[in-house]
Design a binder for this molecule. Structure first.
Ligand code: EPZ
Length: 448
């Protein structure tokens, strides 16, 4: 296992290009199961979650080959239908293969994903949605077994995907993908409106699907007999962009982001601007229409100190839960009391205890955390617990004084490509070491 050794207090300056989106890429990769023609995906980030998805697709007969950020995929052998526990347990997003495999191969056996560090993560809505299309679903030995009805195809219907915390992103991706090959028309009510769903619909339409309304709560899919190949460029990663914005704001720096999906970051930017952070598009002036609102160039600059704000996570276009932890790190240094309420994953607060080790003043009451800004954070050994919590520790470490050692950075590698090199290129001091190298150098102990 690797660790990050981070020297705090460095200002950032320079430019970073935002990578393609991990959370768009995963269902797009799974959707290659819907066709036996070649698919090319561009701007795919180099991440462990993507490698795991490619491994899973390989086991399911999809040959794949990476050349830089471009991946060529081709489902040549469509006989395998089992997504095994070995892979599913490493990555919940493996559930994305369920809908495409069921629709194209007539049957799917996918290991039931377990909970994870951010809490209980059921898949009941995915299953309810597929059942509404006529799928017969049973559980056997920890696996979900789904079969199309006797007619040999799923059958379009109206499907409601609302749950206790709003819609479901991957559930919408699963049902929408499956419905492309169903007989008749499917209407998904209470569909997730996230930009990653729009990207998936765009790719599926380019493959020959007939989807309208993606990005709104009602998505209509007119089923077709088959889908063809496609060459598709993935949208930029709004969460990676938001994380870099927080890093700039926390260190009182000014940086440029290119390929930045500003249009998908409205609520996060609203909160940053309320804190006093300036986000200035430099490609098209305000009031003009950019050619592609998801691929912008902008500068982020942060005068100190930041003002406290209130944040409530919500489904898109509300504030994304995937930026909650990073914003909490930022608010630790604001000049007053901030309140964050988590409404998507009520248990997503593992970063609180670690930030507290660095001197943060945070009091959690159920799904709400009150963050009292402090004058400074100080370096400490901390433990990464999940992807975004880990990113928040990196931000806090960069803004803090002294040396922070972030353990278990494999969580970060799931969703941020070479984070230490990319932030290092704009002035951060982050060194990756193996645990043994770290111990040999005698900087300290890895155990807390
Ligand atoms: C996606 O997960 C993302 N993952 C998550 O990003 C993100 O946090 C989440 O959407 C919410 O935006 C990927 O895209 C790979 P959900 P997903 O189903 O689709 C409840 C990251 O850090 N629910 O939209 O699995 C669920 O418990 C990751 O990159 C049900 O009740 O999330 C949650 O409270 C972490 N039943 C809410 O809905 C279901 O069947 C939203 O979850 C499904 C979900």
């Amino acid at each position: 296992m690797d660790v990050f050794v981070i020297e705090g207090g460095r200002k950032l300056s320079g430019s970073l290009r935002v990578n393609g989106s991990k959370n768009a890429a995963l269902p797009l990769l799974a959707a290659t199961l819907l066709t036996n023609e070649p698919v090319t995906l561009r701007d795919v980030p180099e991440l462990s979650d993507i490698r795991n998805m490619l491994r899973l697709l390989g086991e399911l007969g999809v040959e794949n080959d990476r050349d830089g950020s471009t991946i060529s995929l081709h489902a040549k052998d469509e006989s395998e239908i089992h997504a095994r526990y070995d892979i599913v347990r490493t990555m919940r997003a493996s559930i994305c293969v369920l809908g495409p495999m069921l629709a194209r191969r007539g049957m799917a056996r996918v290991s039931m994903p377990g909970g994870c560090a951010i809490g209980q993560r059921p898949v009941d809505l995915h299953l309810r949605g597929l059942e509404a299309l006529g799928a017969k679903i049973e559980l056997d030995g920890g696996d979900i077994i789904a079969k199309v009805p006797q007619s040999g195809r799923l059958i379009g219907d109206t499907v409601f995907l609302g749950g206790p915390f709003g819609s479901t992103v991957l559930g919408t991706a699963n049902v929408m993908s499956a419905a492309t090959l169903a007989q008749g028309t499917t209407v998904i009510e209470c569909a997730a409106c996230e930009p990653e769903i729009v990207d998936l619909a765009n790719m599926l339409n380019a493959m020959g699907a007939k989807i309208t309304g993606a990005g709104s709560p009602r998505v209509t899919i007119q089923g077709v007999e088959s889908l063809g190949g496609v060459d598709h460029t993935i949208i930029p990663d709004r969460i990676e962009a938001g994380t870099y914005m927080c890093a700039a704001a926390a260190t009182g720096s000014s940086i440029e982001l290119t390929n930045c999906p500003l249009d998908a970051l409205m609520s996060a930017n609203d909160r940053l601007e309320a804190m006093g952070v300036h986000i200035d598009p430099t490609d098209y002036p305000r009031g003009t229409s950019p050619e592609d609102p998801l691929r912008r160039t902008c500068t982020i600059s942060a005068p100190e100190p930041l003002r406290p704000v209130q944040i409530t996570t919500q489904p898109h276009p509300g504030f994304p839960t995937d930026l909650q932890a990073q914003f909490m790190a930022l608010l630790c240094l604001a000049s007053g009391n901030s309140v964050i309420t988590e409404k998507i994953f009520p248990e997503r607060f593992l970063h609180v205890a670690e930030l507290t080790r660095m001197g943060a003043q945070i009091h959690r009451h159920g799904t709400t955390a009150v963050i009292s800004g402090v004058r400074r954070l100080t370096g400490a050994p901390v433990m990464a617990s999940d992807l975004r919590a880990s990113a928040s520790l990196v931000i806090a470490a960069m803004a803090g004084e002294g040396t922070t050692v972030v353990n278990r950075v494999y969580h970060i590698d799931r969703g941020y490509e070479r984070l230490e090199e990319r932030l290092g290129s704009i002035g951060a001091s982050i060194t990756r070491m193996s645990e043994s190298e770290f111990s040999e150098r005698g900087i300290g102990t890895l155990t807390q």
